[in-house]
Write a protein that binds this ligand. Structure first.
Ligand code: ATP
Ligand code: MG
Length: 397
């Protein structure tokens, strides 16, 4: 019966946190539903619908693996399971559960199992603990090599009796988080490195819509460096829909600093310009926060002193989701979200141009402010923003 063409197969899609949202709940659920529909649009005209506090998706005519991949990439999805759906009666439940566990033995080599049942339809004559006991007994009788382990089973057969019966085993985890776009909008400072894409992804996972700003020093930096950043934005847009990427040429600013200020202050001064410009563009775009990939102590500009000096340039909150993370953990996420291989391509972003031999690691704000007085900050910033290039980046184009 399993694999039978006549049997319905659905994807059960679970969302955790958003069901806590009280009055906002329908809004969050509907947004999640919209994002899931969009994510599977390419696969086919798949029916996706809400029922029993979850989302269901018809599967029988579609590539299961492709559908699972698309759905588990959607923020807000906690886990999914492929379930067989059929008329609820004990004989069918026995038969489907048995074939399902045989598949689990073949695929995952399980040796122990338990059955967990849920009877939502109280008219169904057999109660949940009894369903589990009967189905478990039936499986044991038919598969010799299996044993029951209620505490630490290799596999769990889930039986749910609702309008119909649902049988499934595996729960495939999603990323969790909140539906994208339900928590306002922020401006991500996106470099070509490992950290900032991860920072953007983590904030986006909390439902914050992301726009990005990138600084380059063209023609000192190459077109390929720019392509790399576009590619990183494209990978992020698999999770975020489309991303508006603002590209700013920092070269004139860096030249001005180079000509007028102490060389060891190059990094900290350019970072203050970056923050300032980012905040202005963010305000224009109605973003309520900035996001960076800073992590304490990683480089000279990420000492507490440096962070204070760059921070004091802006009024908007700056989100730094990586601030206390080790590089290894950042790399792990970077691999998981698929940005790592692109991030390690060896093209420089603007920061390597004019890089001082020995940057200040403990800048004093008064001294930095003195240096800034030697520059026409306002004009430099206005010029850079006037020359800004905007690129709309969409997934896989
Ligand atoms: P990343 O791996 O994200 O490049 P990093 O370890 O190289 O970070 P820094 O160069 O100090 O660290 O940059 C800290 C943060 O400042 C970055 O995570 C990013 O948010 C922002 N940033 C740095 N360079 C640029 C750039 N060229 N364009 C936009 N944002 C930048
Ligand atoms: Mg960098």
């Amino acid at each position: 019966m399993v694999g039978d063409d006549n049997m319905e197969k659905v994807l059960i899609i679970r969302y955790g946190e958003i069901s806590l949202k009280g009055l906002n709940r329908p809004y969050f659920e509907n947004t999640l539903l919209k994002h899931i529909r969009k994510a599977v649009k390419e696969i086919g005209k798949i029916r996706v619908y809400k029922a029993h506090g979850r989302i269901y998706m018809d599967l029988e005519d579609y590539d299961e693996e492709e559908a699972i991949k698309a759905v588990t990439n959607v923020f807000g999805v906690v886990s999914v399971s492929v379930a067989y759906v059929f008329e609820a009666n004990m004989d069918s439940i026995y038969e489907v559960a048995l074939e399902h566990i045989q598949q689990c033995i073949e695929q995952d080599g399980i040796e122990s199992f338990k059955v967990e049942s849920k009877r939502a339809d109280k008219k169904f004559p057999v109660k949940s603990p009894e369903i589990s006991r009967l189905v478990g007994g039936y499986i044991l009788k038919n598969v010799e090599e299996l044993r029951v382990d209620v505490h630490n089973p290799d596999g769990i057969i889930h039986v749910e009796v609702r309008d119909k019966a649902y049988v499934y085993s595996r729960k495939i985890p999603g990323f969790g988080g909140m539906p994208y776009g339900t928590s306002g909008k922020a401006m991500l400072l996106l470099s070509g490195g490992i950290d900032s894409p991860v920072a953007g992804w983590l904030v986006a996972k909390r439902g914050v819509e992301i726009e990005a700003i990138h600084y380059h020093s063209y023609p000192f930096t190459s077109d390929r460096a720019k392509e790399k950043v576009i590619e990183l934005a494209r990978i992020l847009s698999r999770y975020c829909g489309r991303i508006r990427l603002h590209c700013i040429n920092l070269l004139n600013i860096q030249k001005a600093i180079n000509e007028n200020c102490p060389p060891e202050e190059m990094t900290i001064l350019s970072r203050r310009f970056m923050m300032d410009i980012a905040e202005r563009v963010a305000n224009d775009r109605k973003c309520k926060a900035l996001v960076t990939g800073e992590s304490i102590g990683q480089v000279a500009s990420q000492t507490l002193e440096s962070i204070n000096v760059t921070n004091s340039k802006v009024n908007m909150p700056i989100f730094r989701p990586l601030i206390a993370m080790d590089k290894m953990d950042i790399v792990t996420i970077s691999n998981k979200i698929d940005t790592y291989e692109t991030s390690i391509l060896p093209f420089e972003d603007c920061c390597t141009v004019f890089l001082p031999d020995r940057p200040v690691t403990k800048p004093r704000l008064e001294k930095i402010l003195e240096s800034e007085k030697l520059l026409n900050v306002k004009e430099l910033i206005n010029q850079a923003i006037d020359d800004m290039e905007v690129i709309i980046v969409k997934a896989d184009e």
